[in-house]
Write a protein that binds this ligand. Structure first.
Ligand code: ZN
Length: 266
């Protein structure tokens, strides 16, 4: 995942996983004088939630001596997430799942911010639990070819897309939580007020139930995904990435998904 002289941007939300990742990478980085770390926090503009997480993220960075950058939806898209959701609820149908929108908007925000600070890689704190849940969700949604795209190390498919890595992809969430507790790391425990991805919650419950009965099964699923992926990558259409006609970000469509959301809203 890493090279000795990489500039690594770390997506730090302030939750236990990302704060643990920050600590672990800071420790490893000490042995590599040519490597550099920088933290990026996305400020979606969620009242009563993100403000607290921003402080926690900033505090952790300061303690570890890591530069901290904040990119906000407001400056990037012109609206806070609270404002967007209010508008989308009026315009779109009310079966709206805020997480799906937020995911798209955060992904672009992190890419833009990583590119701006000239990072070689963007590390996110997705755990073994996240990876197996997403795999199951892709199957449950019938979105099978996405399995080929969601990988622990992305290919450099476009010069404007910063390579994404997931150093915790084989670490169970219980262990990142344990690490944070043992190290006395400060993190945000409060869940996001919009967190309502019903199907993901069911996938999480299902996987935890099976893991309880058959310890190690999340690892087995992860290994299975890794084995299936090459075959899927061949099936997945090799559609080249172009650039969004509106904002210039890499996309497979004429208009990238964040610009589609903006259009929907306006
Ligand atoms: Zn766009």
């Amino acid at each position: 995942m890493f090279k000795f002289d990489d500039k690594i941007a770390i997506a730090v939300s302030g939750g236990k996983d990302s704060v643990s990742l920050l600590r672990v990478l800071a420790k490893i980085e000490q042995k590599y004088p040519k490597a550099q770390l920088a933290a990026i926090t996305v400020d979606e503009g969620i009242r009563g939630y993100r403000d607290e997480a921003l402080e926690i993220a900033a505090e952790n960075c300061k303690m570890l001596g890591i530069e901290h950058h904040v990119v906000s939806f407001k400056e990037l898209y012109g609206y806070t997430f609270d404002q967007m959701i209010r508008r989308l609820k009026q315009k779109a149908d009310d079966r709206l799942t805020p997480c799906a929108y937020c995911g798209v908007l955060r992904r672009k925000a992190l890419n833009v911010a990583s590119r701006k600070i000239k990072a070689d890689k963007l590390a996110t704190a997705h755990t073994l639990d996240d990876e197996t849940q997403t795999f199951l969700l892709n199957i449950l949604h019938g979105d099978v070819l996405r399995i080929a795209k969601e990988k622990p190390v992305t290919d450099g498919v476009h010069p404007k897309l910063v390579k994404r890595i997931k150093p915790f992809c084989e670490i169970p969430e219980k262990e990142t939580a344990l690490y944070a507790y043992v190290k006395g790391v400060k993190f945000q425990g409060k869940p996001c007020p919009y967190a309502s991805e019903a199907l993901r919650n069911d996938a999480r419950m299902m996987l935890n139930m099976v893991e309880d009965k058959h310890p190690g099964i999340k690892f087995t699923i992860f290994k299975s995904i890794e084995r299936i992926r090459p075959a899927l990558e061949e099936v997945a259409s090799k559609e080249g990435l172009g650039e969004c006609v509106e904002c210039g970000e890499p996309t497979t469509e004429r208009l990238c998904r964040t610009c589609q959301i903006r259009q929907q809203m306006e």
